[in-house]
Write a protein that binds this ligand. Structure first.
Ligand SMILES: NC(=O)c1ccc[n+]([C@@H]2O[C@H](COP(=O)([O-])OP(=O)(O)OC[C@H]3O[C@@H](n4cnc5c(N)ncnc54)[C@H](OP(=O)(O)O)[C@@H]3O)[C@@H](O)[C@H]2O)c1
Length: 245
C-alpha cells in the first residue's frame, strides 16, 4: 500500500476536503491545500506540524493560473505523490427552475476546473510513472435525477473523465480513483431534507483514503451505496421519472 509523502488537496477549506487534508497531515504527509477561503486553510495549517502544511488561496475557475500554481506547489512540496480533486458546488434547484447561471458555475467548478487540475496531475504522473489521482464524484452522477439536472450531469461527466484518465494512465503505474459519496454531513448538505445514512466528513475521509491506498478504481462512501446505485441504475425510466429523488 502506498504511503503518500506529498499530497495536494483541491477544495480543502471545509467538509470532506478539510477532513482529507487533516488526516493526511496526521499521517505525516506534507499537504498543499487549495480553496478560495484562506482563513479555514490557515486554521488547518496552524494545527499541523511545522513546515508540513502549505496554503494556496485560489479560485479553481481561474484557469490562466492553474499551470503556474501547480508547478509552484510541486516545487514547494519537493515533488508530488497524491492529488485529490474535491472542489464542488451544488445549488438547490426548484422543480420548475432552469437557471443557466447556476448550471454554468456547477459545470465550471465540478468539471472544467477538475480537468484543468487533473490534466496537470496526469501530465506529471505520466512522466514520473508514479502517483495517485483521486476525484470526488457522487452517486448523483449515476442517474439523471429530476431534483438537480446540472449537478447530476457534472458528476456523470467527472466520473467518465476519471475512467478515461485511469484507462490512459494505468500502463504508467498511475492510480486513478473515482469516489462516489452518498450523503455526507457537510456545508453542502446541511439543512437539506430527505437525507439518510448520513456520515461525518471525518468518516468519509477515512473511507476515501483507505480505498485510494488499496488502489480501488471506484469506491462508494460508505460502501452500501454501491447496492443503492445498482438498484437505481436498473429502475426503468418510466418508473424512475416519477421518483422524488
Ligand atoms: N456532502 C455530500 O453529501 C456529498 C455527496 C456526494 C459528493 N459530494 C462532493 O464532495 C465534494 C466536497 O463537498 P462537501 O460536501 O465537503 O462540501 P463543502 O463543505 O461545501 O466543500 C466544498 C469545497 O469546494 C471548494 N470550492 C467550491 N468552489 C470553489 C472554487 N471556485 N475554487 C476553489 N474551491 C472551491 C470549497 O472551498 P471555498 O468555498 O473556500 O473555495 C470547499 O473547500 C464536492 O465535490 C461534492 O460535490 C458531497
Amino acid at each position: 500500500m502506498p504511503h503518500w509523502n506529498r499530497a495536494l488537496v483541491i477544495g480543502a477549506s471545509s467538509g470532506i476536503g478539510k477532513a482529507l487534508a487533516e488526516q493526511l497531515l496526521k499521517d505525516g504527509a506534507s499537504v498543499a491545500m487549495i480553496a478560495r477561503r484562506k482563513e479555514p486553510l490557515d486554521e488547518i495549517a496552524s494545527k499541523a506540524p511545522s513546515g508540513k502544511a502549505f496554503v494556496y488561496p485560489h479560485d479553481v475557475t481561474d484557469y490562466d493560473t492553474t499551470e503556474a500554481l501547480f508547478q509552484q506547489i510541486t516545487k514547494d512540496l519537493g515533488g508530488l505523490d497524491l492529488v485529490i480533486y474535491n472542489s464542488g458546488v451544488m445549488f438547490a434547484s426548484e422543480e420548475n427552475e432552469f437557471n443557466l447561471k447556476k448550471d454554468r458555475e456547477m459545470i465550471e467548478v465540478n468539471v472544467t476546473a477538475a480537468f484543468a487540475w487533473l490534466n496537470e496531475a496526469a501530465r506529471r504522473f505520466q512522466q514520473t510513472k508514479s502517483g495517485t489521482i483521486v476525484g470526488i464524484s457522487s452517486v448523483a452522477g449515476d442517474r439523471g435525477r429530476r431534483a438537480n439536472p446540472a449537478y447530476c450531469t457534472t458528476k456523470a461527466a467527472l466520473t467518465t473523465y476519471l475512467e478515461s484518465l485511469r484507462n490512459r494512465l494505468s500502463k504508467y503505474g498511475v492510480k486513478v480513483v473515482t469516489i462516489k459519496p452518498g450523503f455526507i454531513d457537510t456545508e453542502m448538505t446541511r439543512g437539506k431534507p430527505g437525507l439518510f445514512w448520513l456520515i461525518s466528513a471525518d468518516k468519509a475521509a477515512q473511507i476515501i483514503l483507505n480505498a485510494a491506498r488499496k488502489g480501488k478504481s471506484t469506491a462508494y462512501v460508505p460502501g452500501r451505496w454501491r447496492y443503492v446505485s445498482l438498484i437505481l441504475r436498473h429502475i426503468p425510466s418510466f418508473i424512475f421519472k416519477h421518483l422524488p429523488v
